[in-house]
Design a protein around this ligand. Sequence first.
Ligand SMILES: [Zn+2]
Ligand SMILES: [Zn+2]
Length: 555
Amino acid sequence: MASKTLKIIPLGGLGEIGKNMMAIEYGDNILIIDAGIMFPENDMLGIDYIIPDFGYLRDKTDIIRGIVITHGHEDHTGAIRHLLDEIQAPIYATRLTRGLLEVKLRRGGMLQEADLHTIEAGERLSVGPFDLEFFHVCHSIPDGVGVGITTPAGLIVHSGDFKFDHTPVDGWPTDFGKLAEFGSRGVLALLADSTNSDRAGWTPSEATLDSAFDEVLREAKGRVLIGTFASLISRIQQVAHAAQRHGRVITFVGTSMVENTRMARNLGYLDIPDEMIVPIEQALQMKPSRVVIMCTGTQGEPMSILGRLSKGTYRGFDIEQGDTVILSSAPIPGNEEMIHRTINHLFQRGADVRYSPIEPIHVSGHASREESKLLLQIIKPRYLIPIHGELRHLKQHAKIAEEVGIPSENIAVIENGTVIEFKNGQLSIGERIPGGYVFVDGGGVGDVGPNVIREREALARDGIVAVHLTLDRKTETLLGDPEIVSRGFVFMRDAEILFEDARRHIREVVEDPADEREIEIRVEKELARFFKSRVRRRPVIFVFASNSASGSESS
Ligand SMILES: [Zn+2]
Ligand SMILES: [Zn+2]
């Protein structure tokens, strides 16, 4: 039996929706599963996206044996460039997933040095001491896999993102046979998708969307714009088939949409005849009732195509009276407000907007409660570690597992950064490692920390007050009045008296002989307190002191 400890190290996706990443460690060997991004929440101002904290891996780069990417969604692939900046290891992915990774790596100029390997569902592969068996899972993108990992300490099964769809778009259901085989061999631990653990019943099949798309395309008199994720390849296929049935051409707008569909068609994952695809310029000349436009922006992202169309700032074309816009995706938690704003603006511009849940134009790609139970019954793991979800989803998953008879002490609800250890077949909670957020802001990675975010929040909420002091350094006295300028703080009309009092207060603070703090810091702290008590606000305060020309410039 195994002499060393097997560690399961969640680096992302446990306690949140997004930036999925898991490391499996045995002896001097690490296997990484997925490297995703998360979209910022409303209160993370100016942040483009968030990647997992790779801190734990940084001094172990020489023992990383491989990276498995389960499928092509951003929350599993999006951080790959940042990961490859820090480590070099072979990447294993199915054909479509690899294709999507290549699009991403090429854009970053990193395709040459990346060590990519194509794997297939059903294949076996040894990576260090890990014996990997990839099995097909249904999801909202073709070519997704889960992976069985035989380690010296036992068999671990990672579900990837999955659902049990018996009529999937690509006709390839989840590999129940393989799951049952794992179950009969004996599974030490199951790591399974929890995204929909708070949804009762079964997730509907993708096939149920066909009739909804048919209905919209039949009824729409004008153009139909369909928004979805550029990596939702199955959805793009369904829309294309529906367009074909209703004699419409299809046009793709936006770089990622165009690149992904071109790649997926080349690899044979999208079946759309050449003559059905037209460039947007041509589509705009055609009869509106003959056109379907596919684009991104269902999460209310202001710079996306739909975001710009909703505000009339997209350069290519405008929303017109008679357009129908379908948002075919579910809101990522936290984005609801932005999405509703986009929907309102689209209505304002004269479009008819169709969105779920009031219309059946989206189904989830994740297992609901009954499917999770079925997975547990087939796999019969000794231990369950719920993954991919906020804490509420992980907790619900734990309850489901108890319902089907897994003892509660064999279920480990943990969040990012809590290491699970297996020794002699027993689970224990190990050390805490970094598992927080790394913010990516423009080109920079990690140079925006929580402090910067807090400052941005304060700026957005209460504005800024700048104070200029002219000092005589020798005597530490103010020369003239402090100058105060504010933006976004209070109405200037109301500010007169307030700022007059503030100036008086600053003078007292500066001239207090007992206070030994630096003048700028003193003024900043005391002014913050003053504003807090007077107007219950805490603006960002910027104090700038200079010496007067007539003062002691030489000091
Ligand atoms: Zn996914
Ligand atoms: Zn996912």
